[in-house]
Design a protein around this ligand. Structure first.
Ligand code: TYM
Length: 335
């Protein structure tokens, strides 16, 4: 049985990008593999959340993981900071992660551009922590969206480098995984190519959004003035709407609007109304479960405790092995 690891940062509600890029595969994979899914709360500290916000966001992601279909009795569902062995492995991997390669990472360069006043060491070494998350369980498959491709390459680099340095086969190389299909990139409603929390207002549809909110966001989505003649190439914002329809609507609906576009008879208003209703049909049952789980504090605590225990057991084994490989001579047992 292969080991699977993936995580989601605790920076707010989950959106359709998180769902179709990642969680959908988590749900599919949980019955086939040994799965570890977690809430990346260490990672979210790069933006310095207040303790209240951090707590609330971690809790919310836990709720939404469960509402989206992760079964905590089958998969190991845990909070990253409940497994401090991850932080130890991160420290050890940092000794063989180089400034130059970390500075070349696209997500780091983006942050330098967008938040020049907060270029902290945690941001620079973000891919090292991510590698530690994955290899602490010796995972080989990592279901993620397309935006994580480069981080996955770096995780492989760090795993292989450790193996070479210590002449060991401790860590199998991990790969991004999407059932032999290309990695997914869900576009935004603001015309940008990626749905994300940091996008413009209304860019993302959240699993917890009320139907009225979804209708409003979709009706305000960026469009163009329409094809001026049949067969005109599709602009990015319109392509995004088609892509979103391809994800939440049935094939017949998508084909109908694609044909209308080709014939120059498309009415974006109608298309958006349909898209909003299909998004609501998809999110409504998840939203209901979010509200129900939110009210069950005991269940949430139980899930978090159970996940922490299972994840620590696996992490402890790896750390014990790594300490020995490195040559730490302490007589103190790692417990
Ligand atoms: P994060 O929290 O930004 O996103 C969580 C997951 O959702 C996917 N995703 C998308 N997929 C398709 N289209 C989109 N618009 C979209 N937006 C987000 C992401 O690809 C990701 O799979 N660094 C990671 C968290 C992490 C992690 C890990 C993941 C930390 N350690 C170890 C895997 C393994 C991140 O920031 O994801």
């Amino acid at each position: 049985m292969e080991t699977v690891v993936s995580g989601i940062r605790s920076t707010g509600h989950l959106h359709l990008g998180n769902y179709f890029g990642a969680i959908k595969n988590f749900v599919k994979m949980q019955h086939q593999h040994r799965c570890y899914f977690f809430i990346a709360d260490y990672h979210s500290l790069t933006t310095h959340p207040t303790p209240d916000d951090l707590y609330r966001n971690v809790r919310q992601v836990l709720i939404e993981y469960l509402a989206a279909g992760i079964d905590p009795e089958v998969a190991t569902l845990y909070i990253q900071s409940d497994v401090p062995e991850v932080a130890e492995l991160y420290l050890l991997l940092n000794m063989n992660a180089y400034k130059g390669e970390l500075e070349r990472c696209t997500s780091f360069k983006d942050k330098v551009r967008t938040q020049p006043d907060n270029v902290n060491a945690g941001l620079l070494t973000y891919p090292v922590l991510m590698a530690a998350d994955i290899i602490i369980h010796k995972a080989t498959k990592v279901p993620v969206g397309k935006d994580q491709e480069q981080h996955m390459e770096m995780a492989r680099t760090f795993a292989n480098r450790f193996n070479r340095l210590y002449k060991t086969e401790c860590f199998p190389p991990p790969y991004a995984y999407n059932f032999d299909e290309a990695l997914v990139k869900v576009p935004g409603l603001d015309g940008s190519t990626k749905m994300g929390k940091s996008g413009a207002e209304g860019n993302a549809i959240f699993l917890a959004d009320e139907p009225a909110v979804i209708r409003k966001k979709v009706m305000r989505a960026t469009t163009d003035s329409g094809p001026s003649q049949p067969g005109e190439p599709v602009s990015q914002p319109i392509q995004n709407l088609f892509d979103l329809m391809g994800i939440v609507s049935d094939q017949g609906t998508l084909t109908h609007y694609q044909d209308a576009y080709k014939q120059g008879t498309i009415r974006y208003g109608d298309m958006k109304k349909q898209l909003a209703e299909d998004m609501i049909a998809f999110t409504a049952p998840v939203r209901e479960r979010i509200l129900a789980i939110d009210a069950d504090e005991n269940y949430l605590r139980k899930v978090a405790r159970m996940g922490a225990e299972k994840a620590r057991e696996s992490a402890r084994q790896t750390i014990r092995e790594v300490r020995e490989i490195i040559g730490f001579a302490s007589a103190l047992p790692v417990n």
